[in-house]
Write a protein that binds this ligand. Structure first.
Ligand code: MG
Length: 372
């Protein structure tokens, strides 16, 4: 089998403001082969830069476009092709957008292998540990306590294990943050999990520590990305000084970064994003590191059903999985980019067991929202 083309299709919902909600746009990767099998994946990144990393003409041997690197290659040689992409994108890559683009292509290659072998991807990356996973709902933090209560009531009827509020106004005013979290806990009751994603919003360490101590009263299960991810010493310090779990991972781009986070005791739970960390090829290595260190993994997953389908295959083969992050933004792209949306039932999501990632694109949605 040979790779004949690599496409990057950008979709965008024009009615969502420029600020966006995380599902305003997406970039879909298609890897075509001469045997009629096409691998599909989605990247949660800067769409036009991902497309450029794939389609750019070669400059020289350390600065090649990812598509040019792959044309004519056997798509089943995934590890070799991952290393080839990494090696020949030395100048423009090593992290960030280029690693995101490599991640998307890597996932599409795993989808091809699954389809070629008539197996779900989970069976190719270690075999199944589970057939379903409990989900938590992940939503943006609104401005007021009333809105927080409304959102808890609206979402939690689905039976989710918990709710995560993130981004929005969090991290700017400790008093308001504490009031919003108090409102969330009151609406949620005592049993369900409550998580907070500060989205790297805290600059001042003392404010971070004091706010975490205040959150302890409301039994917050984790505080996510309290600081910019480069502040590893502050992550480990905060972790040692609060009873709350500290989490991160969605911004990390290489196995080595996860290794450092584990060795330096930065987090209680790791949250790699399949479309940023290096794809499933890197995620398997991160899984092995985390398992050896007793650190659970809850992948970052805040895009459409297409990224979720890859995330679910990883979770299926993940011994130390706890939950699926289920994106609470009910937009056309988040819900209708794949032909048969992945549903939550009584708070659980069943993992597709068809070949590859087990989903197909909804081409009507793709063509309607396609911008490039
Ligand atoms: Mg986050």
């Amino acid at each position: 089998m040979k790779i004949t083309d690599v496409e990057a299709i950008i979709v965008r919902q024009p009615e969502i403001s420029l600020i966006g909600d995380g599902t305003q746009d997406s970039v879909i990767i298609l890897v075509h082969t001469d045997e009629g099998i096409t691998g599909i994946a989605e990247v949660d990144s800067a769409p036009f830069l991902v497309k450029a990393a794939i389609e750019m003409p070669d400059s020289h041997s350390a600065c090649r476009g990812l598509k040019n690197i792959l044309l004519g290659e056997n798509p089943l040689d995934i590890e070799r092709l991952w290393n080839k992409m990494y090696h020949y994108s030395y100048y423009q890559g090593r992290g960030g957008v280029v690693m995101h683009a490599i991640s998307g292509i890597d996932m599409a290659l795993w989808d091809i292998m699954g389809k070629a072998l008539h197996r779900p991807v989970s069976q190719l990356i270690g075999g199944s540990c589970r057939e379903k996973i409990p989900a938590y709902i992940s939503i943006l933090m609104p401005e007021t306590e009333e809105e927080v209560k409304k959102l808890v009531d609206y979402h939690m009827v689905q039976g989710y294990s918990g709710i995560k509020f993130g981004w929005g106004s969090l991290g700017q005013d400790p008093k308001r943050d504490i009031a919003l979290i108090r409102a969330a806990r009151e609406a949620l009751g005592s049993e369900k999990k409550l998580m907070i994603d500060i989205a790297m919003g805290w600059d001042d360490y003392k404010i971070a520590l004091n706010t975490c101590h205040a959150f302890e009263e409301y039994n917050v299960f984790w505080v996510e990305e309290p600081f910019c991810v480069e502040r590893k010493a502050d992550f480990s310090k905060l972790r040692s000084e609060t009873a709350l779990n500290i989490t991160a991972g969605e911004e990390l781009c290489h196995v080595d970064e996860f290794d450092t986070y584990i060795r330096e005791g930065c987090v209680d739970i790791l949250q790699p994003d399949m479309s940023r960390c290096g794809g499933l090829t890197a995620a398997r290595k991160i899984r092995d590191l985390a398992c050896r260190s007793g650190i659970p993994i809850i992948p970052h997953n805040f895009k459409s059903g297409l990224l979720m389908s890859a995330t679910l295959q990883f979770i299926a083969a993940l011994p130390n999985a706890l939950y699926l992050e289920y994106c609470g933004q009910e937009t056309v792209l988040s819900r209708q980019l794949i032909a048969e949306p992945i549903q939550v039932k009584d708070g659980w999501v069943s993992i597709p067991d068809s070949p590859g990632f087990g989903v197909e694109l909804n081409w009507e949605t793709v063509e309607k929202y396609r911008v490039s």
